[in-house]
Design a protein around this ligand. Structure first.
Ligand code: NAD
Length: 309
């Protein structure tokens, strides 16, 4: 494969200005910004993108996703057309780790109700026994990849008792007990915080539904920074409304943007962020570093890093 020109799909503007990425790559390769819904990708050898467009199949040899999650890409079609796919796994640990720490602190230190009261100009201190500290609270992190490890580091620094779930069950520094996926219910049963940090694949679709919410403590907080469909959202609303869960911090949703009529907007103990847990001003630089690294591998005829297809 020879890559002498790269298109930056306008869709990356959901996360950073495309011009920033273009300028960060121009010394390495010819780069142009395109609107793939309108422009042809054919003159380019590769595309860096957030969205997927069918025109990529005939147009380019290599697609780089600026996200870690690649659930929107049709793996079989890409294989059939000989198009390589790489993702941006590995860059989101610190940002998402800090966002999750922020969620947990917002619940424990009652910052969530304080901010809601502030918007109503209400002076409304929490009940004497409502606030708590995170030290020794149990946090169960489901998925111990880049995101999971970024969360483990922050959670252990805050003194939480961290357990985790990963398919192998292999131990990991900072995690007191690692359960296998088969032991999910045991892992989540005693946790105050259950954090989802796994990819969306067939086996993780609606991983968390009525049975899992019933298995959790009724004061537990569910945190989803993975992908919306990992959670059965209707079942989550039911569990929250019935008091079967204590609350939720959600960055991702089954439909995005979250529709205005969603009951989640109105629920008191729900913290909503608009799929930005991984945002940082360094995002485009981190993506540029990955693309450069793979350009070097292509020149050396070596395997690509973060190759998915
Ligand atoms: P990663 O590839 O580094 O790690 C994913 C981990 O999950 C791997 O260790 C994998 O073995 C494990 N896993 C897969 N299926 C599992 C299962 N059934 N049970 C337990 N573990 C399982 O990816 P990452 O960078 O950590 O990202 C994980 C996912 O989080 C992405 O696929 C993406 O959908 C999402 N994400 C969201 C944001 C955001 O802004 N909210 C940012 C980055 C990633």
């Amino acid at each position: 494969m020879n890559v002498s020109s790269i298109a930056v799909d306008e869709s990356v503007s959901a996360v950073f200005p495309p011009e920033q990425l273009r300028d960060a790559l121009t010394d390495a390769v010819d780069v142009a910004i395109i609107d793939a819904g309108v422009d042809s990708v054919e003159p380019y050898d590769a595309v860096v993108t957030m969205a997927y467009h069918e025109s990529y199949l005939e147009g380019v040899d290599w697609i780089h996703s600026i996200q870690a999650g690649v659930d929107r890409f049709p793996f079989d079609e890409l294989r059939k057309h000989g198009v390589l796919l790489t993702n941006s796994s590995g860059i989101h640990g610190p940002a998402v780790g800090e966002t999750v720490a922020g969620y947990m602190l917002s619940f424990a230190r009652r910052l969530l109700p304080a901010v809601k009261s502030q918007t109503q100009r209400e002076w409304s201190p929490p009940a004497w026994d409502d606030a708590y500290t995170l030290a020794d609270e149990r946090c169960c992190i489901v998925g111990l990849g880049t995101l999971g490890r970024g969360i483990v580091d922050r959670a252990t620094a805050l003194g939480l008792d961290v357990v985790g779930v990963r398919r192998s069950g292999d131990p990991l520094d900072g995690v007191r007990t690692v359960y296998t996926s088969d032991d999910l219910h045991t892992a989540i049963r005693d946790a105050k915080f259950v954090v989802l940090a796994i990819p969306l694949v067939d086996e993780t679709h609606h991983l968390m539904t009525t049975e899992e919410f019933a298995a959790m403590r009724d004061d537990a907080i569910l945190i989803n920074v993975a992908r919306g469909p990992v959670v059965d959202q209707a079942a989550l609303v039911d569990a929250l409304e019935a008091g079967a869960l204590g609350g939720a911090a959600l960055d991702v949703f089954e439909a995005e943007p979250l529709p205005e009529e969603s009951p989640l907007w109105e629920l008191e103990e729900v913290l909503i962020t608009p799929h930005c847990a991984g945002f940082t001003e360094d995002y485009y630089r981190n993506v540029a570093d990955l693309v450069r690294e793979n350009l070097a591998h292509i020149d050396a005829d070596e395997d690509l890093v973060n190759r998915i297809v």
